[in-house]
Design a protein around this ligand. Structure first.
Ligand code: GDD
Length: 326
């Protein structure tokens, strides 16, 4: 019999790649989507999977919907990818972020515990939880202290701790994947990689003239979402529940990202890039560099797509799209 996977946040970047990966691996895929006034917005990343996945309306804040869905589906694996995922916006909607990314996870854990406790539970934990904390060798790993610097990071720490608590208190299979930044052409265009690539392509094609950014001196460890969803599945198929850092181990600044993109498109950065306080955060997470040795050794996971391949794929995506529109 096929294994059943239930994905919250299935319409997001990771949900769409994870669905494709699980379908290729002979899973039956179920997903929870939230009601949105523009239906197309929920489905544009998963349109190509229309007849292959089962979608249900639900919400992490609506326990009755979770209960109905988990009870009916009886999944073998639950991937909790639903969240308010934008860090800067979490400063503007802190209550909503804490509710969804913290209490929402509690709702899902409770529903899982009482309706399908033999399932395995994956929580999308985040490198944003490390905040200002870096080990002496300039890396963050599973043992690094959490010192979150945003409402988003604080909520993710709460969820991380709840997942561990449910593991120990109720002997449930619940694991955390602590994923560093991961991108793709399907990334929302208000995250920095896709904002930079999309706008630079628009500038190249004469559709725009300016790219306005916030802090260009923060460092991130950027991988490809396609590689990272493989890690999620490996985490749930490990023999015991555990927590794993997933990262490339290479860090670059936002400025380095811009340099790469602008050079690739033969554009001069100084002529087009401007900074605006509007995109700065009240507290910035300055530096991320993950050490994923544990996942590489225990799960035999490693990223396959380089930073350059990732960004080139994103450039090609926007070039194709805008050229067709032109
Ligand atoms: N979004 C955005 N927009 N970021 C900018 C901009 C801008 O105009 N200008 C500079 N930045 C900087 C941010 O200040 C941050 O230091 C860096 O670019 C990356 O920002 P994002 O791409 O928004 O990602 P993030 O690191 O805040 O959060 C992402 O990664 C986390 C994992 O650490 C999100 O995907 C989170 O959901 C995820 O958990």
């Amino acid at each position: 019999m096929k294994k059943k996977a239930l994905i919250t946040g299935i319409s997001g970047q990771d949900g769409s790649y994870l669905s494709e990966y699980l379908l290729e691996n002979n899973y039956e895929v179920f997903g929870i989507i939230r009601r949105n006034s523009i239906v197309e917005h929920q489905r544009n990343r998963i349109e190509q999977l229309d007849n292959q996945i089962n979608l249900e309306y639900g919400d992490l804040m609506d326990s009755s919907s979770l209960e109905r869905i988990l009870n009916a589906v009886q999944p073998n694996e639950i991937y909790n990818l639903a969240a308010q995922s934008h860090v800067r916006i979490s400063f503007e909607i802190p209550h909503f972020t804490l509710q969804t990314n913290g209490i929402g996870v509690l709702n899902l854990l409770e529903t899982f515990r009482t309706n399908c406790p033999t399932a395995k539970f994956y929580q999308a934990s985040s490198s944003e939880m490390f905040g200002r904390s870096v080990d002496d060798d300039n890396c963050q790993r599973e043992t690094t202290r959490f010192e979150p610097t945003s409402p988003y990071g604080c909520a993710k720490v709460l969820a991380y701790n709840l997942v561990k608590h449910y593991r120990f208190a109720y002997s449930l299979f619940c694991s955390n994947g602590i994923l560093f930044n991961h991108e793709s052409p399907r990334r929302g265009s208000n995250f920095v990689t896709n904002k930079v690539v999309k706008t630079a392509v628009e500038i190249k094609l004469g559709l725009k003239n300016k790219l306005i950014l916030g802090n260009m001196d923060s460092y991130r460890d950027w991988g490809h979402s396609k590689d990272y969803v493989v890690a999620m599945n490996k985490i749930l198929n490990h023999k015991e529940p555990d927590d794993f850092v997933i990262s490339t181990g290479i860090t670059r600044s936002v400025r380095d990202l811009c340099k790469y993109v602008f050079a690739k498109l033969n554009l001069e950065m100084d002529k087009h890039i401007f900074q605006d306080k509007k995109y700065m955060r009240p507290e910035e997470l300055k530096y991320l560099k993950g050490d994923s040795t544990k996942a590489r050794k225990i799960l035999n996971w490693q990223p396959k797509i380089s930073f350059e391949e990732l960004i080139d794929e994103m450039i090609d995506h926007w070039m194709d799209l805008f050229s067709k529109q032109k």
